[in-house]
Ligand binder design. Structure first.
Ligand SMILES: Nc1ncnc2c1ncn2[C@@H]1O[C@H](COP(=O)(O)OP(=O)(O)OP(=O)(O)O)[C@@H](O)[C@H]1O
Ligand SMILES: [Mg+2]
Length: 299
């Protein structure tokens, strides 16, 4: 994928206009006809044909030939559009190595103009077997042909919103920097997922800390992470922790809010019990948090 980095340099303005015209066309067409690409791009017909060949050769668009010739963006093409927008407004100036592959994302290092290391999380939703993809189906409606594009963008927008709420209440979570289309740019933290730690210096302190953040997110932020587990907590080399991965968050007053909150709490309790022999009572923790939330919201 980090092909996108090279393409940012290799493509010219008209290539991008052509690529963007296809993106616009995809709102209406399953396969965007050449005439529409010409119309949307406001470029000359022969110029568009030349650009289409160029983009197709680089695997940024796919070609469809039946009654007419039409084009679609590929994942690479969509990546390039988003990265270009982010680099045009100087959010990032370079893309680095791959940090990790989640179930529904590719995560890369990125750098801003001051050489600060950031994270670029590229959302890739649309593989039908995954639950987040299923959950977003309702929002996508009839646009079956661009499911992946809409679902990935919605997922990124959702994560951006969740992170902003978390940032506002100063939760231990990465600061969100910017977002475009299906990409979220956030603060980078050295470290690895909690699940990779065999030993913790102060497991009880970390356990209590995580539960306290879950409480704060619910009571102060009014949301539930809803995908919390040992895989979505990062521990730095100094064993400071952060919660990551917010696209599945739900509002505290969601119909299943209580169940979702319990699941988050229970995942953490179970993990610390199994791995670090820490005893806790998830039901009691749940009740305490719900009580506090109610008291605060009655006033
Ligand atoms: N801000 C960050 N700083 C450092 N590493 C990060 C950061 N965000 C993500 N990562 C790394 O990338 C991996 C995947 O990110 P994340 O958990 O957000 O997405 P995901 O795993 O695709 O989502 P899901 O858990 O739903 O599959 C993380 O486990 C972590 O290793
Ligand atoms: Mg994750």
């Amino acid at each position: 994928m980090s092909k996108a980095a090279d393409y940012l340099i290799e493509l010219d303005k008209d290539d991008f206009r052509t690529l963007q015209a296809i993106e616009v066309g995809m709102r209406t067409f399953e396969h965007v006809p050449v005439e529409s690409i010409v119309e949307f791009s406001k470029l000359r017909h022969d110029r568009v044909l030349h650009n289409l060949d160029n983009l197709h050769r680089r695997d940024l668009i796919s070609r469809w030939k039946r009654q007419f010739t039409g084009y679609q963006l590929t994942h690479h093409g969509y990546d390039v559009l988003a990265f270009r927008a982010l680099s045009e407004r100087d959010t990032i100036v370079a893309i680095g190595r791959e940090l990790g592959k989640g179930k529904e994302s590719d995560v890369f290092l990125a750098y801003d103009e001051k050489q600060k290391t950031l994270v670029a999380k590229i959302h890739r939703v649309g593989r039908p077997s995954f639950k987040r993809s299923k959950r977003l189906r309702g929002y996508v409606g009839q646009r079956g042909h661009i499911n992946w594009l809409y679902k990935s963008r919605l997922s990124a927008e959702r994560e951006l919103t969740g992170l902003k709420i978390a940032n506002k209440i100063k939760l231990k979570a990465p600061k969100v920097i910017d977002g475009n289309r299906h990409i979220v740019i956030m603060e980078f933290f050295e470290g690895t997922e909690l699940v990779n730690y065999i030993d913790l210096k102060k497991p009880l302190k970390i356990f209590n800390g995580i539960i306290s953040e879950v409480r704060k997110l619910f009571v102060k932020g009014g949301i539930i992470h809803a995908d919390l587990s040992e895989y979505n907590v990062i521990l730095t080399p100094k064993q400071e922790f952060l919660l990551i991965d917010f696209p599945q968050f739900e509002m505290a007053d969601h119909v299943n809010g209580k169940e979702l909150l319990f699941r988050d709490i229970n995942n953490i309790c179970k993990y610390f019990k199994r791995k670090f022999k820490i005893q806790s009572d998830p039901d009691l923790i749940l009740e305490t948090i719900l009580d506090e939330y109610e008291k605060l919201n009655k006033k």
